[in-house]
Design a protein around this ligand. Structure first.
Ligand code: IMP
Length: 176
């Protein structure tokens, strides 16, 4: 058990299980993108640890860019919109692979994918370490998923609870 701030979390996915699956995912991406030159777009902060381990196992020539998503209220009718911050590389004509820590409702990822397509990306695929299928609120095509998990709150390995817990080297789940 670990305590993060005021909550107790139990072990959920161990370090070695994460490592093995991430090596497999790197191999899969390497095969699919052999001879191509993808642009990886890492979504900070949550995906930093996953991206670092995943990309060590990707053996195609690639570029890596780091972005943040900032929410802002556009108009009352369209509601909250996510703005991409820090994308220095042009995505026009590129094969983009977004690296995310977790897809929960899918709203963040589906908006990011459409924004990257609108910027002229030739293709946009998503690789996520975790996915909560029960929480999904929009149809989204996730090409590479590390683990499908139940709809429970998790921390560690990049994921935070109120800014804390990202440095844990495994995934922990909120204890009931
Ligand atoms: P979505 O738009 O609901 O798919 O939101 C995805 C984002 O919510 C992720 O990038 C995380 O930052 C955050 N998130 C969703 N579920 C969890 C969780 O269980 N633990 C920590 N962060 C989470």
């Amino acid at each position: 058990m670990v305590t993060v701030k005021d909550k107790v979390f139990a072990p959920f996915i161990e370090k070695t299980t994460l490592e093995q699956r991430i090596v497999e995912m790197g191999g899969e991406i390497s095969r699919d993108y052999k001879g191509r030159n993808p642009l990886f777009v890492v979504v900070l902060n949550g995906a930093f640890m996953f991206a670092s381990d995943l990309l060590k196992g990707v053996d195609v020539l690639c570029e890596i860019s780091f972005i943040r998503l900032a929410s802002y209220e556009q108009t009352q009718s369209t509601g909250k919109v996510k703005q991409i911050l820090g994308l220095a590389e042009t995505v026009q004509g590129r094969e983009v692979i977004v690296i995310e820590d977790i897809v929960d409702t899918g709203l963040t990822m589906s908006e990011l994918v459409s924004q990257l397509k609108a910027k002229g990306a030739a293709s946009v695929e998503v690789v996520t370490l975790l996915h909560k299928p029960e929480a999904l609120k929009t149809a989204i095509d996730l090409k590479y998923v590390g683990f499908e998990i139940e709809n429970r709150f998790v921390v560690g390995y990049g994921l935070d609870y109120d800014g804390l817990g990202r440095n844990l080297d495994a995934i922990y789940v909120l204890a009931d």
